[in-house]
Design a binder for this molecule. Structure first.
Ligand SMILES: NC(=O)C1=CN([C@@H]2O[C@H](COP(=O)(O)OP(=O)(O)OC[C@H]3O[C@@H](n4cnc5c(N)ncnc54)[C@H](OP(=O)(O)O)[C@@H]3O)[C@@H](O)[C@H]2O)C=CC1
Ligand SMILES: C[C@H](O)[C@@H]1OC(=O)[C@H](O)[C@@H]1O
Length: 253
């Protein structure tokens, strides 16, 4: 039990990596508040799975691109559980699109959800942790795409680099409060975000073939690294970025 009686908040936890992280934290003894945008059934299922583990859970609907969503999420979690120990910034979108004719609204929405949303959420969670006065842990779900490009992701990869950078800067800004800030950098994890992209058999085989561990990732592959960074096992780790990609990044030849 690495997170016994801790209060963990996860954004975008109605499915995919966020849901796996929320359930993984509950498996380690945490009560969990999840944010979601539109998937009511997925959010309800996440709550049910956490409660089945004997932990408390709430689901709070909200668009992270709206600045007021962040404080409302933190306030709801504090009303339910009294405090915030761990904050996982996960919510994100990746509408694949070519660069030369990228619609401004797609580019701006991706920036607002992935980067602006992360900024406001992390700020609201950090203010609550500072008020509590006994530290905390913040983990951002960045990406291997913070380090490498994608021709159909020119609007997306800068947001993932931005989130990675945000953790480096907040590690400095919040270190004096005992708040650790780190990011995980997933490789290609099979979720709804890339279902259409990976439906192309040739692309899927190419992506899987680049991975030394021999398979694409699954959401639960992120749960352990997130629990670790949230826990006291990582008490001297801040400003770090942990690749969780089956070795894809280092596989040049
Ligand atoms: N899958 C991958 O290969 C990789 C993913 N990542 C990152 O992981 C994170 C999670 O992605 P993944 O699990 O794959 O994707 P999913 O599409 O499975 O899940 C995305 C989650 O984010 C939520 N979400 C989307 N937009 C908003 C919004 N505006 N406000 C609040 N919540 C929102 C969704 O909520 P709802 O369903 O309720 O709308 C959903 O819970 C993203 O930040 C992504 O960039 C990083 C590297 C690789
Ligand atoms: C959605 C993509 O499949 C996924 O997102 C990322 O951040 C990874 O780099 C993959 O490209």
């Amino acid at each position: 039990m690495l997170l016994k009686d801790k209060v963990v908040l996860v954004t975008g936890a109605s499915q995919g990596i966020g849901k796996a992280a929320a359930i993984g934290c509950a498996q380690h003894g945490a009560d969990v508040a999840i944010n979601y945008h539109s998937d009511e059934a997925g959010a309800a299922d996440a709550v049910a799975q956490i409660e089945a583990l004997g932990r408390r859970a709430i689901a709070v609907k909200g668009d992270v691109a709206q600045v007021e969503t962040a404080q409302a999420f933190v306030d709801a979690a504090v009303a339910a559980f009294g405090r915030v120990d761990v904050f996982v910034n996960n919510a994100g979108i990746c509408p694949f699109h070519a660069f030369l004719d990228m619609p401004p609204e797609v580019m701006e929405r991706t920036m607002k959800v992935n980067l602006f949303g992360a900024y406001y959420m992390v700020q609201a969670a950090a203010n609550q942790m500072v008020k509590q006065g006994d530290g905390g842990a913040i983990i951002a779900v960045s990406s291997i795409s913070a380090l490498v490009g994608g021709g159909m992701q020119t609007h997306y990869t800068p947001t993932k680099a931005g989130v990675h950078s945000l953790m480096q800067s907040t590690a400095i800004a919040l270190g004096k409060y005992g708040i650790r800030c780190n990011s995980v950098l997933p490789g290609t994890i099979e979720t709804a975000i890339n279902k259409e992209d990976l439906a192309d058999v040739a692309k899927r085989e190419y992506m899987a073939g680049r991975i030394p561990l021999g398979r694409l990732g699954e959401p639960d592959d992120l749960a352990g690294p997130i629990v670790f960074l949230a826990s006291d096992l990582a008490r001297y780790v801040t400003g770090a970025a942990l690749l969780v990609d089956g070795g894809a990044f280092v596989n040049l030849q």
